[in-house]
Design a protein around this ligand. Sequence first.
Ligand code: NAG
Length: 217
Amino acid sequence: MECVVQGIIETKHVEALEILLQGLCGVHRDSLRIHELCLKSVPNLGLVSSEVRLLCDLEQPEPTWTVRHIGGAMRGAGAEQISVLVRTMAESKVSKNALRLFYALGYKLDHELLRVGFAFQFNSGAPMTVTVSSVNKMLKLHATDEAVPVTPGIQLVEVTAPASSENYTEVAAAMKSFCEYLAPLLHLSKPGVSTGVVPTAAAAAASLMSDGGGTTL
Ligand SMILES: *[C@@H]1O[C@H](CO)[C@@H](O)[C@H](O)[C@H]1NC(C)=O
């Protein structure tokens, strides 16, 4: 399982967010350039359709592919009360001919994206990853060199943390308190709950840029 929250930030404030994250996490950022292929199976003979994502970080010296399946979100009163989404997630390394395998299994390419940005991996009450990226679409099939932004001027911020049925409340609480540090710059909430940019972002960014981000956890 994993806990996840998402938000958006204007590209002009991303540098300030990076300074803040650098100070909070105390680690260096990893650059990302992730080619993502979203595949959907065609439902037939009583099989429900399923969706998998093939991901490849082109920034790595030797890019390798990963397959990720995101399952359903946890439901019920307990899940409603916590401010992060808890969902099942399965991930595995795959060989680079995985796309052909999924085509043979009856999956079809739904869309492909290129996410360009950076991530911080750190521990703040729980191991977490913050990813900041611009989402781009390809004008031609697999043409990652000719990608154009889906939402120009806006980047996606995602915080994820591995969790289990035993510890998700603890992980969610740790994630919630981490998100409070970012609140002046952006609002993070469950995926699908769009909250837009925060009005304090410009002032918070200006102050971070002038003091170089002194905050540490
Ligand atoms: C919660 O459980 C997951 C899965 O076992 C583990 O990776 C993570 O480190 C745990 N988090 C905490 C805060 O114990």
